[in-house]
Structure formats: C-alpha cells, structure tokens
Design a protein around this ligand. Structure first.
Ligand code: PLP
Length: 441
C-alpha cells in the first residue's frame, strides 16, 4: 500500500481512560476503566490491493491487514516474522455444496481457529516485554478452545507465565488435555463453576488495584486487541480464494464472545467485499434476542454441544455496536443473528455427513445451518461458514451422530496420553487472588 500510519491510537469504549497505543493496549488488555480498547480510526484497504488479492501471498495479506493497527511500534521485519509464524499453516476454502463453502480454520497446532490470534498476541507480547524485566502473567478464561491455543501460543515464551481458568467438567477431553498437559510456564486452574464465572474472576483480578505495581497481569481473551485484530486475516484469505468475485459471500460465523465475527465486520468496513454476516449462536441467544427485541438481556449461560460458544454476555458485542456507531439500523443492514438448538446441531451434523461426506464439528454445524437457512430464503446468493474447530475435538458428540469414526490426527493422539495437571479452585475471585499471592509474591 502506498501510505502507512505511523501510529494507531486506541480509546476505551467506556470513554473514561486515556488513549493508548497498540503496545499499551496489548500490555494492558483492558482499559483502566474496564472498557474495551477500540481503534480511533478504521483504516481502509486500498481498492487496487483488494482487487489484486489473488496475486498476494498469505503472508503479504496478513501483513497488510494488521500493519495499520500497529504502525511503527513493531518494526517491519519483526512484524513480518510475527505474521509468518502466526499463519504458517493452511487456511483452505473448500466447496461443500454448490452454494456453501467452508473456511477451515483448524489446521493450526491445537486444531482451533484461536491459534491465529493466540500466536499473534504471544509474539507481540514477547516483543514488547523483551526489554522489561518484569514477568508478565497472562490470565485467560476459557470456554474450551482459547485455553489450548493460548497455552501453545505462549509455551516457553520467556518472561511470560500463563494462568488458564476453565470450567470444570464443561470442556471436552481433548480441550482439557491441551490446556493441562504442557507444564513449564503454563498453569491450569480448574474452576468449580461456569465459563462466565471464570471470565468474571479474570475481570475482577484486572480491576484489583492491590496488585498494581506488584504483579503485571494481562489478558489473552479476545478483548485484547492483539488477539482480536489478527482474526480479520481469515476473511481476507477467504476472499482471496472465493471464485465468484462479482458476488461477494455471506459469512456465517459460529459465535460465542463475538470476537471473530466482529473482526470480520471490521474487515468489511475497511472495504473487504461481503454480502452479509450471520452470527450463528447456540441456545445462548442474547444477541439473536437483541436483534429481535432491541433489548439486551443476558441470561445465565447454558451448556450446549457447541461449548466454546456457551457465552451469555459476549464481551465483543460492544465493539460491534461501536463499529456501527450504535446505529441498530445500520447494524441490521449487515448482520443477522440466529439461534440453533442442540437437536438441530445433531441433525445437521448427520445430514451433511450423509449427503456431502463432509464432517462438521458442533460449532461448524451451527454455522452451516444458519447459512443454509439464509440461502434457502435467498437462493441466488452463496456463502461461507467458518469451521472453527476440527471435529476430532468433539468426537464424543460427532461420532455417535454420524455413526462412524473421525480419523484422529497424530498430534491429538499424543496429547490424550499425557497426564492432566490442574489446580481445583472455587468459583470465587478470592480463590484466584490467593493463588496469585501464593505463587508470585
Ligand atoms: C471460541 C470459539 C468460538 C467462538 O468465537 P468468538 O470469537 O468467541 O465468537 C466458536 N467456535 C469455537 C470452536 C471456538 O473455540
């Protein structure tokens, strides 16, 4: 691109904190007023660059997508290196039917799409803390996949410890092993509660001023700009591979905390072609209800087959509203939100497997059905659903439904044999605080 921003600033969506640079926002995670950081401007893609996208390498696309949000705070060759390590696995777009293609985001080390954001963020944090001598403690609440992706992304990164909080008994066997078996600088806290409890404990820790100046706590959830922003790359890589450039795709995104879909809509507002976005949700339907009633009423989270989306109060929804300047009318022109039940998830898994041979995971099945319903209404359109996890991670759900085995990748076989190491804690902030004090002071 012909021009470059030298610096990007971020403001807190609560409007009560000073503006921050990319570095500051990455190190802090959340703004001091507990708001989410949001870029001060939305940098547009250059139309000619977008038009030529098929001729750019994946690395070049990733670099141009993320660079304006960082400016000069990471030098060009270091950023190129970070980007290369972030997407050093395939992200293929594959036709499932005439109208529906799948963007497979599960070819990374933990077979979940969160690998991209986690790898990018860990390397940025490593870059920024290289010169400080204080240990960074990354606190992360996970409903399943974030934990494994963050654990792998940060494994062995010097000067960084990772504490993963996950809801006991509410993640899959593979997910649990991925986040409890690494050791070294990765520690797993098994919380006797829900994902929302885990998220609340982490939020409270960040707001706890008794740690200020003593411990350097930061987040790796999708609220961190360094986790959230690189997710735009998926959509650009989908567009690169989309054949019918005269008819931009509908994107259907299995959504929990709404970080992924929010990144897609950001790419769209920067000029990337898309017809529409569908937030595909499970029974945790706060956003679908909001789109129906105009009233935002989070209910307690309920457990579903697509457990990484069991989120009742999605943190990133405020960013989506900010993207559309709080205008629900503008938002509705771009976004639909639908709820899909567990029963529908099962029948979709079975039907798609039988009719096309493609094996979905429960999250992908939610995305598939949401897209299919839309296309039934608008048969002249075509679309892409994001497959956010490999079906092997949910084999206990998938195999009985499709009545056959999901072939197990070698890397998953290995992890299932390792011994789980976790510390059980109550769903209470004081339990986390006690752990932090015991371990780090
Ligand atoms: C995290 C996750 C989601 C939800 O993504 P958000 O960005 O939180 O909306 C969907 N599917 C899988 C497999 C996930 O791990």
């Amino acid at each position: 691109m012909g021009w470059r921003l030298r610096i990007m600033t971020y403001y807190s969506l609560h409007q009560n904190s000073a503006i921050a640079s990319f570095k500051q926002a990455t190190l802090l995670g959340q703004a001091p007023d507990k708001g989410l950081y949001f870029p001060a401007i939305i940098p547009a893609f250059e139309p000619k660059w977008l038009k030529d996208i098929e001729h750019h390498s994946n690395e070049a696309i990733a670099f141009e997508t993320i660079q304006p949000f960082i400016g000069d705070e990471i030098d060009k060759s270091s950023l190129q290196c970070i980007v290369q390590e972030t997407i050093n696995f395939p992200i293929p777009l594959i036709d499932v039917t005439d109208q529906i293609a799948v963007l497979e985001l599960f070819h990374g080390p933990t077979h979940a799409f969160k690998d991209v954001g986690a790898r990018f963020m860990s390397r940025c944090l490593g870059y920024f803390t290289r010169e400080t001598h204080q240990k960074a403690i990354v606190l992360v609440a996970t409903s399943g996949d974030t934990g494994g992706a963050v654990a792998h992304g940060f494994y062995n990164v010097e000067g960084v410890d990772v504490l993963i909080l996950y809801p006991s008994g509410k993640v899959s066997a593979v997910q649990e092993k991925q986040l409890t078996t690494l050791g070294k600088n990765i520690h797993a806290l098994e919380v006797d509660g829900t994902f929302d409890d885990c998220q609340q404990m982490v939020k409270t820790a960040f707001a706890d001023t008794s740690f200020t100046g003593k411990l350097f706590l930061t987040s790796a959830n999708s609220i961190n700009v360094a986790r959230w922003l690189p997710q735009q790359i998926y959509y650009l890589l989908a567009w690169k591979q989309w054949k019918n450039k005269s008819m931009p795709p509908v994107f259907s995104v299995p959504s929990g905390n709404f970080g992924n879909i929010c990144a897609g809509m950001l790419a769209f507002l920067r000029g990337m072609p898309a017809h529409r976005f569908i937030a595909a949700c499970n029974a945790n339907d706060t956003v679908p209800s909001f789109m129906e009633t105009n009233s935002y009423q989070p209910k307690p989270a309920v457990a579903t087959l697509s457990n990484a989306m069991d989120v009742s109060d999605p943190s990133n929804f405020v960013r989506i509203l900010a993207l559309f300047h709080q205008s629900q009318e503008k938002l509705r022109q771009v976004l639909s939100a639908v709820r899909i039940s567990d029963e529908e998830t099962r029948t979709t898994l079975r039907r798609v497997h039988h009719s096309t041979g493609y094996t979905l995971d429960p999250h992908g099945a939610v995305g598939y059905l949401a897209l299919e319903r839309y296309l039934n209404e608008y048969p002249e359109k075509a679309g892409i659903f994001l497959e956010t996890a490999h079906p092997i991670k949910f084999y206990n759900v998938v195999e009985p439904v499709i009545n056959s085995k999901v072939p197990m990748p070698e890397s998953v076989k290995g992890v299932l044999e390792l011994e789980k190491k976790s510390v059980m804690v109550e769903a209470d902030y004081l339990a986390l605080k006690a752990y932090l004090i015991r371990s780090y002071s």
